[in-house]
Design a protein around this ligand. Structure first.
Ligand code: C2E
Ligand code: MG
Ligand code: MG
Length: 658
């Protein structure tokens, strides 16, 4: 035997030619004394305590006079080697005594039965061949160690083929025979029934009872295995794909038609998905795995995928397959589904990572209108991640003072003089750099941190406006226009905050303008209306921001304490485009007529009008022509830092413009 051999060595190399070394006697198949039907009871092993009366049916009962313990000597016959040989031969557990070279010295009837052979015919056979101990390296090594007396025991499970064709699962134990240095005992227990039961239990645990599809647990098991295989094994594409599907409006089916119909629908959907997977698998080596992940969620896993196109085709065919209505015992039902599709390299992908991406993509498919599939988009995801990252650090950022204000001039259309500035907040984020408000104001509104942030903006802007007023006593003071979110009106005492800040900074109320959106003031009653009224009474001006994007109900607005309309940039953008040479092309007179009518109406209602997004001289001149009061936009200035406004005021004062 070559001790250095690595792989499963041929079993024969254990067998030395000198078979004569076998010294354990082969026992006769049946020996006198114990064999089935013998009236000697399976008496207690030596040293075992037995009842003082012999058990019924005990033919031999020699009792030591003053001793209740029956020793082996009391049963000379039963304790004889022949008796034990007989016990071995007829024992229900399949066994073989094997010599140190691995050859069967003797096998019992049960082993013969198990292997479909005569027990005697097994004598001299290579034991490892009989019970398949050489087919894997680890078992083979352990077996050799037991034979050499270097390891106490080996236990393993094997699948054997019976000569009649059926296969069986056995548990093989190899252990040295005590006091028999040159032999080991191999016992073989048939565990087929247990295995089958286990397999059936596993199937139940791993499959969904309603659709009979693999369930979430099995799906994740397969996904994890597939990721490992794709990432580390050569020969495949090294890619993996997933269609994550959710039925649209399934809850309504359950709620209105009941769970029985709901379950039937799920089972019918499962059938169609399976058919799609089968069809997709015809042309390829593997069929996608279809699983029910819970509720109305299903997944189709494509191992070894070839690219997004393959997954897109699959998603497309799934949607098509669901188009035909379902006939559920007389009930005709139509359903659609949304599918999130992810396809990527397996290396570096985790099961949870893939599922998260699929979940996000499914959410997009739903948000984009349902009844469709959507492909994972890393950029869109990055945006979502940033949203999450921003939202989790917003509150702390307010405290850490990561925000700054820029100011954009509001210019008189007639003379081009700066009347005021709009304060626009920016977040100087430590990781993402300077962020514009569109990235975080919505989030701040959602989590309520807008209240704290809004108060900071208000205080900072008022401080700044007062500073300009004090620093430029010769100029006409400019007002500051501060954006106010709806939540600030509802969730904080805006009136008290404004009053306090004005008092603290010494800014006259008429130099403060608050910008609220139409939707924030529409339908105002109770608290917001009282707040607007109180602010207006204080002398603070209220402007309606982005006018024209919402209800555009001027008549209603005129009844609120509002004094300024800020026309949304879309109006001005719709005016016309200007060529490089200053001539206009694509004039859109309709827009201009509407804006003109709006301005006239606003004026009649006592409101002044500011146009946003004035980018060209032509837009400015037309706005001037139709009576717009003030303008704001890149034509005049981009939003700039406070000191740039100071410089502007300085320059204007020296020219005597402001
Ligand atoms: P808004 O109040 O309508 O502010 C005007 C926005 O238009 C600003 O964008 C400004 O930079 C931009 N803009 C100005 N002139 C032009 C132009 O000629 N062309 C174009 N295309 N855009 C121009 P910004 O600074 O990104 O602010 C966006 C929005 O964020 C603001 O819209 C406002 O609704 C909100 N916001 C800004 N600061 C605050 C704040 O402190 N509190 C609250 N609640 N919202 C704020
Ligand atoms: Mg604004
Ligand atoms: Mg605006």
């Amino acid at each position: 035997m070559s001790g250095t051999s690595e792989g499963p060595a041929p079993a024969a190399d254990l067998v030395r030619p000198a078979v004569t070394e076998r010294h354990i006697e082969t026992s006769p198949r049946t020996s006198a004394g114990l064999h089935p039907g013998t009236s000697v009871s399976p008496g207690p092993p030596p040293g075992t305590s037995v009842p003082s009366e012999p058990a019924p049916g005990t033919a031999v009962s020699t009792r030591a006079p003053s001793d209740t313990t029956v020793s082996a000597h009391a049963f000379p016959d039963a304790a004889s080697p022949r008796t034990f040989q007989a016990a071995f031969a007829t024992a229900p557990l399949a066994m073989a005594v094997v010599d140190r070279e691995g050859l069967v010295v003797t096998a019992n009837e049960s082993l013969g039965d198990l292997l479909g052979s005569d027990a005697e015919a097994l004598t001299g056979r290579i034991a490892s061949d009989l019970v398949d101990l050489a087919s894997d390296t680890r078992t083979w090594h352990a077996y050799r160690e037991v034979l050499r007396g270097r390891q106490a025991r080996l236990r393993c499970t094997r699948r054997l083929k019976h000569p009649d064709g059926h296969s069986l699962w056995v548990q093989v134990t190899v252990a040295p025979l005590p006091a028999q240095e040159r032999a080991v005992l191999i016992s073989v227990a048939d565990i087929s029934a247990r295995r089958e039961l286990q397999a059936r239990l596993r199937h139940l645990q791993m499959h969904d009872a309603v659709t009979r599809l693999p369930n979430r647990t099995l799906f994740f098991e397969r996904l994890t295995a597939a990721l490992e295989a794709e990432a580390y094994e050569e020969g495949g594409t090294g890619r993996i794909g997933l269609c994550y599907l959710d039925l649209d409006g399934f809850k309504a089916v359950n709620d209105t038609l009941g769970h029985r119909i709901g379950d039937r629908l799920l089972a019918a959907v499962a059938e169609r998905l399976t058919r799609c997977a089968d069809e997709a698998g015809y042309a390829r080596a593997a069929t996608p795995l279809v699983a029910r992940l819970g509720g109305d969620e299903f997944a189709l896993l494509v191992e070894d995928s070839t690219g997004t196109e393959q997954l897109a085709d699959l998603a497309e065919s799934v949607l098509r397959s669901l188009q035909a209505p379902f006939d559920l015992s007389g009930q005709r039902l139509s359903v659609s589904a949304s599918i999130g599709v992810v396809e990527r390299r397996a290396a570096g992908t985790s099961a949870t990572g893939l599922m998260q991406a699929a979940d996000t993509t499914l959410y997009w498919a739903k948000a984009d209108g349902k009844g469709r599939w959507t492909l994972f988009d890393p950029e869109r995801n990055a945006h979502r991640m940033t949203r999450q990252a921003l939202s989790s650090t917003l509150r702390a950022a307010v405290e850490r003072g990561e925000f700054t204000l820029e100011y954009q001039p509001l210019v008189g259309m007639e003379d081009g003089g700066v009347r005021g500035v709009e304060a626009l907040v920016r977040w100087n984020h430590p990781q993402f750099g300077m962020l514009t408000p569109n990235r975080f104001i919505g989030l701040a509104e959602e989590d309520g941190s807008i209240v704290q942030l809004g108060r900071w903006v208000l205080a900072t802007a008022c401080h700044q406006a007062r500073r300009w007023q004090l620093d430029h006593p010769d100029a006409v003071p400019i007002f500051v226009s501060v954006n106010v979110a709806v939540r600030q009106v509802w969730d904080s005492d805006l009136v008290a905050d404004v009053a306090e800040i004005l008092k603290e900074t010494g800014l006259p109320p008429h130099l403060l303008q608050l910008e609220l959106t139409e939707s924030a003031v529409m339908g105002s009653a109770g608290r917001p209306l009282q707040a607007l009224q109180a602010l207006s009474d204080m002398g603070v001006r209220i402007a309606i921001d982005d006018f024209g994007t919402g209800y555009s109900n001027l008549a209603y607005l005129s009844r609120l304490p509002v004094s300024v309309l800020k026309l949304d940039g879309a109006f001005v953008r719709g005016f016309q485009y200007e060529n490089r040479d200053g001539t206009d092309t694509h004039p859109n007179p309709a827009d201009e007529v509407i804006v003109e009518a709006l301005i006239q109406l606003a004026h009649r209602l006592g409101l002044t009008v500011t146009a946003e997004c004035v980018e060209t001289a032509s837009q400015a001149s037309r706005l001037r022509g139709i009576g717009c009061d003030t303008g704001q936009g890149w034509l005049y200035s981009r939003p700039v830092a406070a000191d740039r406004i100071s410089a502007l005021l300085e320059a204007a004062a020296t020219c005597g413009q402001v």
